[in-house]
Design a protein around this ligand. Structure first.
Ligand code: AMP
Length: 221
């Protein structure tokens, strides 16, 4: 099953994609994680990406499209994938559709996670992420058992530099301008499923799972 998760920063795309991996036996592919890894490693791509990411702007389409095109051809994607944070522009959506067409595949669903703006800002500004396994915590809603330490793997928790108040606003504006048009794009192609993104991560995962399992058997092969 080939799925894209669409939604503003803080909607819970990463949390949900990670949870759904084991339910459906397909990997989460997060362009944000791939780019942050390149930044950490100091590769030429990472150096280029950093200048955009620090300001909350989008990295150029050509850069992320080649990252994803390469990643979805790895053997763990044979049964499908969950794309998290990609596509973020119509150009990216067209590019991935063309790439899938080329390898005789197609998307099965676009999941839109719907959350109020106030909730997004609250979620992003209290967010802590594990440096090792990328698990997410929130200082008020889902705090780790021990402050600064990941419950899952013991890794160090950190706050993303782009989760600062001024960058959060820039990212939400970029979402409205460049990414929100994808909702109509996928609705017109009968791929869009709106999911209520308010509530516990478990309740939201259940809603997405029910929706994906209701797709016809042919489309989830
Ligand atoms: P995320 O972890 O998905 O919130 O992404 C963090 C940052 O990485 C974004 O604010 C962008 O600067 C960059 N980024 C991630 N995915 C994309 C994408 N599909 N297109 C362009 N930039 C991206």
């Amino acid at each position: 099953m080939r799925v894209v998760l669409v939604g503003p920063p803080g909607a819970g795309k990463g949390t949900q994609a990670r949870a759904l991996q084991s339910t459906f036996g397909i990997p989460q592919i997060s362009t944000g994680d791939l780019l942050r890894e390149a930044v950490r490693e100091g590769t030429p791509l990472g150096k280029q990406a950093r200048t955009y990411m620090d300001k909350g702007e989008l990295v150029p389409d050509s850069v992320v499209v080649s990252l994803v095109a390469e990643r979805i051809q790895k053997p763990d994607c044979t049964k499908g994938f969950l794309l998290d944070g990609f596509p973020r522009t119509i150009v990216q959506a067209d590019a991935i559709a063309a790439e899938l067409d080329r390898i005789k595949q197609q998307l099965d669903a676009a999941i839109s996670i719907v959350v109020t703006r106030q909730e997004l800002v609250e979620r992003l500004s209290g967010r802590w992420v594990c440096r090792s396994c990328q698990a997410m915590y929130h200082e008020r809603f889902t705090p780790p058992r021990k402050s600064g330490v990941c419950d899952a793997c013991g890794g160090e928790l950190y706050q993303r530099t782009d989760d600062k108040a001024e960058t959060i606003n820039a990212r939400l504006e970029v979402y409205e301008r460049s990414t929100a048009p994808l909702l109509s794009y996928y609705r017109e192609r009968a791929l869009l499923h709106d999911i209520d993104g308010m509530g516990t991560p478990e309740a939201i995962a259940q809603r997405i799972t029910t929706t994906l399992k209701s797709l016809t058997p042919q489309s989830v092969a």
